[in-house]
Design a protein around this ligand. Structure first.
Ligand SMILES: Cc1cc2nc3c(=O)[nH]c(=O)nc-3n(C[C@H](O)[C@H](O)[C@H](O)COP(=O)(O)OP(=O)(O)OC[C@H]3O[C@@H](n4cnc5c(N)ncnc54)[C@H](O)[C@@H]3O)c2cc1C
Length: 456
């Protein structure tokens, strides 16, 4: 079957100075019975794709990679540079699942499974630092024990440390720590992760468009028949299936197809401060609160975060109290950060899905994910993926790709859990991917050198 072709030329961020074809293919693709053609409609060049993924965060790029590896023709459109949403505005903790173990078993099970997968496929997109849950005076000792027991049930390895052992292993840790437990947390560099997924999707015939916002969806007879892309693409796409992977914006995008997806987004602040030599990630062992987590980078630590409901993920307050409280609370665990020079501060918006719950600080909403097949809402070829974590992006992508493949009648297994990401063992190559897709975000701005020239 002939791959989709297009004759117009656009400038993509993959090559900001050179025109590149809208669709490039490097592997045979399955177009699942869709006619492969380019045509003019009312003077506008229109092209087809089997699956159009909207949103270029970890989830969207993960879906594009998964589908492309199954041989399915996929196009991804992101309104900004890749990973400009929550993905590269997150805290960047590779969760072991311990944070959720006692309250959200499914979310915790997903985290530990993917934590282990990413250790084997993601190379320099992550760093194995380990993590500590620390108990301070006033923290509920029963909560500590419950968490540890829940971790054991789920299969999350823990190791109990006395206060002296914890202080010995983590210089700078507060001398008020009463005890601690080691967990297999780590650090994610999300710009690299998204860019590497996108690069693998392209290497297997997918097409990635940064700076291509979805402006509208046209629904006829219970199917999305057209997607209007603006920005650097400025074109109409005829998709066989559309996947809405727009995180906190999922409600807005679903509404373009006349479908209701009830999101309950919440914002959080992160502050990166100068600090040398923190080994493990630090977690306060208490019911999730503001300023509970310190994530180690070389020469910096990332403090955070808060959880405040927002109604518009593009337009929300960024309050000083969130910064002050996060620093103050994190300093309970690592006192020197109280006065450390601030390197950068950023906010992100969590893509929480809660059709029945939009009240409170939204910390209690599950960090599990949901694949919504909108055939149930009267639109047959439209899916949304909502909720989840950066840590579980690959599993989320697999769940979507399974459903999309089934709908297309394609029997192809997921291979993303065992296949290393391209460039995983080469930080320069990963950073070149970040530059290629304009994927740099604040979470790992100190780690990634996105100005690295793109390798051929
Ligand atoms: C403060 C905070 C801290 C967090 N910390 C962690 C952590 O430590 N560990 C962890 O595992 N998870 C963490 N998370 C959660 C994690 O960041 C998210 O669950 C995950 O990154 C979501 O990825 P996504 O691809 O689904 O969404 P996003 O990364 O938000 O991607 C959605 C994309 O859709 C794009 N988009 C929107 N509208 C359109 C349109 N019309 N056309 C085209 N594109 C569009 C957006 O620009 C965006 O890039 C945190 C989140 C926040 C907010």
């Amino acid at each position: 079957m002939r791959p989709v072709e297009i004759t117009v030329e656009v400038y993509s961020s993959a090559s900001k100075t050179q025109p590149c074809p809208l669709t490039a293919t490097s592997a045979p693709r399955v177009t699942a019975g869709l006619p492969d053609f380019s045509f003019h409609e009312a003077g506008i060049m229109t092209y087809t794709t089997t699956v159009l993924v909207i949103g270029g965060g970890a989830t969207g790029t993960g879906i594009a990679r998964d589908l492309a590896l199954r041989g399915i023709d996929v196009t991804l459109a992101e309104r900004n540079g890749l990973s400009s949403g929550a993905t590269s505005r997150s805290h960047g903790l590779l969760h072991s699942g311990a944070r959720y173990a006692e309250a959200d078993r499914i979310g915790a099970e997903e985290c530990i499974a993917e934590n282990q997968v990413l250790r084997s496929i993601a190379g320099h997109c992550i760093r194995d630092t380990g993590g500590l849950f620390v108990q301070l005076p006033g923290d509920d000792a029963d909560y500590f024990d419950e968490k540890r027991a829940a971790c054991a049930e789920i299969g999350i390895e823990t190791r109990l440390l006395t206060a002296a052992e914890a202080q010995d292993q983590v210089p700078g840790l507060s001398d008020r720590v009463e005890r601690a437990m080691w967990v297999p947390d780590g650090v994610v560099y999300p710009s690299r992760l998204s860019a590497a997924n996108a690069a693998d999707a392209e290497a297997h015939g997918g097409t990635i468009y940064p700076h291509a916002p979805l402006e509208d969806l046209v629904v006829e007879n219970g199917r999305v028949v057209k997607a209007i892309l603006g920005g650097e693409v400025n074109d109409t796409v005829v998709p066989r299936i559309v996947v809405n992977a727009t995180g906190a914006w999922a409600e807005t995008v679903a509404a373009m197809a006349g479908v209701k997806v009830e999101m309950a987004p919440s914002r959080g602040v992160m502050i990166s401060v100068e600090y040398d030599g923190l080994g493990p990630a630090l977690n306060r062992c208490r019911d999730p609160e503001d300023g509970d987590i310190v994530v180690p980078h070389a020469g910096e630590v990332v403090l955070g975060t808060t959880s405040v409901p927002v109604t518009d993920p593009d337009n929300y307050e960024k309050a000083d109290w969130e910064i002050e409280k996060s620093i103050r609370e994190c300093a309970q665990m690592l006192p020197a950060v109280a006065d450390a020079p601030v390197v950068r501060t950023w906010w992100g918006v969590r893509p929480l899905y809660a059709p029945d719950e939009a009240k409170g600080d939204r910390r209690g909403i599950s960090r599990g994910f949901f694949v919504l097949n909108h055939a149930n809402d009267g639109v047959d070829n439209f899916f949304s993926i909502v909720g989840g974590k950066l840590t579980t992006y690959r599993q989320m992508a697999e769940a979507v790709a399974d459903q999309v493949s089934a709908q297309l009648g394609i029997d192809a297994a997921c291979t993303t859990a065992t296949r290393p990401l391209p460039g995983a063992d080469d930080p320069d190559q990963l950073d070149a991917f970040v530059a290629r897709y304009d994927a740099q975000g604040p979470t790992d701005a100190d780690v990634v050198r996105a100005s690295t020239p793109v390798k051929a």
